[in-house]
Design a protein around this ligand. Structure first.
Ligand code: HEM
Ligand SMILES: *[C@@H]1O[C@H](CO)[C@@H](O)[C@H](O)[C@H]1NC(C)=O
Ligand SMILES: *[C@@H]1O[C@H](CO)[C@@H](O)[C@H](O)[C@H]1NC(C)=O
Length: 525
């Protein structure tokens, strides 16, 4: 019996090793049926090992590959192939083909498929449907974004509570804080204030679990991507074990709220504006009983908390490092304060959607920081989902399953588009006098819209087109309030150099353990 079991194990092990070896061989050597006339980034000769070498280089050297191919190909209106060891090569088209890219129907080119693959979402996001349909984006657009105006006061209150806890109120001595850790705390608190509201958003155990779920997603999905599809269902539970624990940690509390909400639908309006209610309303409107169930709601809430928290944590940590390393931050903070006072004066001292939309320096600073530090290098990337493939405007045929798109990172660093592109210039996106309604649908001329929530081929921090980030209005509201609060209440000690971000394939993020030094301003406690 024991012997038999051992033999079984050995067979399984051999199968795993063999399939891994085949998989790696294919990743390195396969052309993926891409047109053979397209050049590959990082391939300089016809040597048999030159493409495998470029594919391997993508692991830690994607940034370099992007820099050189942008000049060599994209700037000359040429198409090239960007190797990606984890998720397969990407056909990168020049900016002139953006309209074509955006016009393709979802049944031909699909952006959601890229996200699904990148996050290995079928295995990391608890339920296939969480990523494969659009309920999320619908709830965010229709319920969350429409109700944002109601939350300005709540977010301000929570930002104050969060910073007092995370950064403290010492006016005398400088305090060293981990940017990433303290931003995790702040963003988890304020996001949950909106998503689940009081009192759950002050529950430390709940906060801990929501800010940890899928935090290392880039590494986890990288490990899962290393295995062939048929092995993933067995490998994934091991890799995502701690995430699942965090999910269970969250459901302890969210199930109670769900039960209460289902059994007692008549509550006052204030209590009703949170993620539970938005999804219930949405499910009722769509007559979709599965979406009303505790299973879907808690899983979706977990996934949306991940999307909301992790992306804003990275964005705000980048911001803190940019501000700390920028020589003019003290006077920038003065200007921000002046603008805030001027706006509040004409708005009767009220912080709401209108006044926030007029604090345009905040938009510019955030936009500039996101230009430099987007967490994915891609701007708009789509998978070919039409069985017969698709024909590029230049005539080449891409097969089913190929990936095609435009990378944001090299455009954000293009000197022709952004002079002195490597410098953090916080007022770069600031046009005096301009503002919008805060919903991107401004009646003002184009250059007066908020540059932060208005995506464009030149600013793709939230991607661009129909599938750009639906959460950007929510993110913009909370990040603007965070910046306003820091500029008003703290000083940041200048850093000699900005700690460099870490790159892994096409993702980049701030160093997790780097610190900044801060001090509370006098008379703000
Ligand atoms: C500063 C913060 C944020 C940044 C930089 C950001 C960035 C992005 C980007 C680049 C994409 C497109 C990904 C791709 O197509 O490959 C995206 C999609 C998405 N984001 Fe965000 N995001 C942020 C905040 C949020 C928030 C707060 C939420 C939720 C409330 C959210 C929910 C989503 C969802 C659901 C999608 C997928 C949309 C779809 O498939 O149509 N994001 N985000
Ligand atoms: C500010 O308040 C005053 C009186 O309290 C009111 O007359 C005025 O219309 C208000 N202004 C705005 C912009 O709401
Ligand atoms: C914000 O407050 C100002 C001043 O009280 C008011 O005029 C404006 O209509 C408010 N905006 C919103 C969106 O509530």
């Amino acid at each position: 019996m024991v012997l038999l079991t051992n033999i079984h194990w050995i067979l399984v092990l051999i199968a795993v090793i063999l399939s891994l070896a085949i998989w790696i061989y294919l990743r390195l050597f396969s052309l993926y049926s891409l047109p053979s006339n397209l050049p590959w980034a990082g391939v300089y000769d016809h040597g048999i090992l030159s493409r495998p070498r470029a594919v391997l280089r993508s692991l830690l050297g994607t940034r370099g590959l992007l820099d050189e191919s942008y000049t060599k190909y994209s700037k000359n209106d040429l198409i090239y192939v960007l190797p990606n060891f984890l998720t397969g090569p990407e056909v990168i088209i020049p900016l002139s083909m953006m309209d074509w890219l955006l016009q393709q129907p979802d049944s031909v080119l699909n952006q959601g498929e890229i996200n699904r693959d990148f996050l290995q979402a079928d295995h990391t996001m608890l339920h296939q449907k969480v990523i494969t349909d659009t309920v999320h984006a619908d709830v965010i657009r229709k319920e969350l974004t429409r109700n944002l105006g109601l939350f300005t006061g709540d977010v301000i209150e929570e930002v104050d509570f969060a910073f007092r806890k995370a950064w403290g109120v010492d006016e005398k001595d400088w305090k060293t804080v981990g940017a990433y850790d303290t931003m995790t705390e702040v963003i988890a608190r304020i996001s949950n204030r909106v998503l689940v509201g009081l009192p759950l958003c002050r529950n430390e155990d709940y906060l801990y679990h929501t800010s940890r779920f899928a935090r290392l997603i880039v590494l986890r999905s990288a490990v899962i991507s290393l295995f062939p599809n048929f092995l993933k269902p067995f490998i994934a539970p091991l890799v995502t074990y701690t995430d699942y624990r965090h999910y269970l940690g969250m459901t302890k509390y969210t199930m109670l709220i769900w039960k209460q909400r289902i059994s007692d639908p008549n509550q006052d309006d204030k209590q009703k504006s949170d993620y539970f209610q938005w999804s219930l309303d949405h499910a009722n409107a769509e007559r979709d009983p599965e979406e009303r169930g505790s299973n879907m709601i808690t899983k979706r809430l977990t996934a949306i908390s991940f999307a909301a928290i992790q992306s804003s944590v990275i964005t705000s940590s980048n911001l803190m490092f940019d501000l700390a390393a920028y020589k003019g931050t003290a006077s920038l903070f003065d200007r921000i304060q002046e603008q805030i006072s001027a706006v509040l004066e004409t708005e009767n001292g009220t912080w709401n959607k209108t006044s926030l939309s007029r604090m345009t320096i905040l938009d510019s600073v955030l936009c500039e920081s996101m230009r430099l530090g987007g967490f994915v290098s891609r701007g708009v990337l789509k998978a070919v989902v039409a069985k017969e493939g698709v024909k590029l405007p230049s005539g080449e045929h891409l097969p089913y399953g190929a990936k095609v798109g435009i990378q944001a990172y090299p455009i954000h660093y293009d000197e022709k588009i952004y002079p002195r592109a490597h410098e953090f210039d916080p007022l770069r996106f600031y046009t005096p006098g301009g503002h919008d309604n805060g919903d991107g649908k401004s009646k003002f001329s184009k250059n007066k819209r908020s540059p932060l929530v208005t995506t464009s081929p030149h600013f793709m921090g939230f991607s661009h087109g129909r599938h750009s980030c639906p959460g950007r209005f929510f993110a913009s509201q909370q990040l603007k309030i965070v910046l306003a609060y820091v500029a008003t209440n703290y000083e940041i000690e200048p850093l000699e150099t900005r700690p460099a971000n870490n790159w892994f394939v096409g993702s980049s993020g701030p160093p997790l353990h780097a610190t900044i030094r801060i001090r509370r301003r006098r008379n703000t406690v």
